[in-house]
Design a binder for this molecule. Structure first.
Ligand code: SAH
Ligand code: SF4
Ligand code: F3S
Length: 446
């Protein structure tokens, strides 16, 4: 049986797709790149905003013809949208013959068998309190970066968010299993590991916290870069900040989701921090890790957000000057606390206007922050060819900024010292510094 798997949503879904590939290939399924030759099409889906659902409905619509002609035998929906809609999904989209949530992937071979028996839909959307897939070696997409999910689920229950319902309760893997996986990743030639969790700083396993785990991973021999995403601003151990500043392989980039800048909105969101606490945390991070880059997520138009409330978000964005930001319109999700407690009362035009305003503000800030890199020599890890010019490389600095430059003798996975000569909102450009000539290396502009 040939299986074609498509992945939507966040990095956690990318990682899960690697687990799914591994589970299926061990059971004699063949994963194919071309969807036209597949017997089974699986969509690993997201539910975070309504447009994530819409995208999948649209995709299912496109698959209808192939299914009718018998070219595809099974269409399966996996991941967060599957968990979110469960049994309603085959009713809403009758071509679906398999529905499996994020904790059910070990049962996929069985579910595909069940779905091949035309009269039944293969269902499994039970959420487990224990499943961490520690015993499955993911079949990774070759490249520079490898993901490791260190925990699954989320217990934060931010009131706008569907994730606690689609991914269930928080559970952490043992540090030993994570460090073993990190060692085997290094042996396979990856240059970077990104530790994943919905809320990585809640990591807890038999007395080990996230900072303990980061230290173990930082000490893995031969691992030049470690990243993590996402932490929650509410529990940021100082120990972690000191580790990031001390270990050269712990990258100086923190994704710190703000969501909103107004205290009343933050409280309705159940974010458990205030504007002041967030700003104080940013100051502390920048004191301990002076050259850190900070990125964020913001939601515009959450229930009851007035113009004045929104002005607080603008103020925080102006004061912090994030390096970049993902800015979203609030999208009500069924069964979340917000959908039960608060009316979705900000008009769509107002949400759109706020998103546009913040995007415009952030573009200016990102450009300014990037221009501050001009004149520095940065260590860049080459990831791929540049999209615009295949004679140039796209790599990333320690701060996670995209850097475009040419270097005929280099390849993906190599490090290069690059003198930054130009900066735009989204990328830096630079020149390879000839490493053979030992010029004094400019660090931090000095
Ligand atoms: N666990 C991560 C967030 C994962 S979702 C964290 O806490 O950082 C990624 C982002 O999607 C969130 O940070 C939030 O900004 C946004 N988001 C979540 N639910 C949303 C909703 N209902 N409407 C709009 N944006 C939402
Ligand atoms: Fe959602 Fe909040 Fe958990 Fe992030 S921390 S996944 S926003 S509930
Ligand atoms: Fe990720 Fe979307 Fe699920 S953001 S956790 S795939 S709802």
């Amino acid at each position: 049986m040939k299986v074609y798997l498509e992945t939507y949503g966040c990095q956690m879904n990318e990682y899960d797709s690697e687990l799914i590939r591994s589970i299926l290939t061990s059971q004699n399924y063949e994963l194919v790149q071309a969807k036209d030759s597949a017997d089974v099409v699986l969509l690993n889906t997201c539910a975070i905003r309504e447009n994530a659902h819409q995208k999948i409905y649209h995709r299912l619509d496109e698959l209808k013809g192939q299914k009718r002609r018998g070219e595809i035998q099974v269409v399966g929906v996996l991941g967060c949208m599957a968990q979110n809609l469960r049994k309603d999904l085959p009713q809403a989209a009758p071509i679906v013959d398999l529905v499996a949530g994020p904790d059910s992937y070990k049962r996929l071979p069985h579910l595909i068998e069940a779905a091949l028996d035309r009269d039944t839909v293969g269902f499994d959307f039970s959420l487990s309190e224990f499943e961490t897939y520690s015993d499955i070696a993911p079949e990774r997409v070759p490249g520079v970066n490898a993901w490791i999910a260190i925990m699954r689920g989320c217990d934060n229950f931010c009131t706008f968010c569907v994730v606690p319902y689609t991914r269930g309760r928080e559970r952490s893997r043992s540090p030993e299993s994570i460090v073993n996986e990190a060692n085997s990743i290094v042996a396979q030639g990856f240059k970077q590991i990104t530790l994943l969790g919905q809320n990585v700083n809640s990591y807890a396993h038999d007395g080990s916290d996230f900072a303990d785990l980061m230290e173990h991973v930082a000490k893995v021999p031969g691992l030049p870069r470690v990243r993590f995403t996402s932490p929650h601003p509410k529990d940021f151990p100082r120990k972690l900040l000191h580790l990031i500043s001390e270990y050269p392989n712990l990258c100086n980039h923190i994704h710190l989701p703000l969501q909103a800048g107004n205290d009343a909105v933050l409280e309705r969101m159940n974010r458990t921090y205030t504007k002041k606490e967030f700003l104080d945390l940013v100051d502390e991070i920048r004191t301990i890790i002076p050259d850190v880059s900070l990125t964020t997520d913001v939601i515009c138009g959450f229930c009851g957000e007035s113009d004045d409330d929104f002005a607080d978000t603008v103020e925080v964005m102006e004061r912090v000057e994030f390096d970049s930001a993902f800015i979203f319109k609030y999208s009500e999700r069924k069964n979340t606390i917000a959908s039960r407690k608060y009316p979705d009362d900000v008009p769509d035009e107002v949400k759109t206007e706020r998103v546009m305003q913040l995007n415009a503000l952030q573009r200016g800030i990102s450009r300014k922050r990037n221009q501050a890199e001009v004149g520095k020599t940065l260590e860049v890890l080459i990831e791929t060819k540049s999209k615009k010019n295949d004679k140039e490389w796209l790599g990333r600095s320690d701060q996670n900024k995209g850097v475009v430059f040419s270097a005929a003798q280099k390849k993906p996975g190599d490090f290069a010292k690059v003198l930054i000569t130009e900066a735009s909102t989204n990328t830096l450009r630079g020149k390879l510094v000839n490493e053979a000539i030992h010029l004094p290396i400019v660090v931090n502009g000095h």
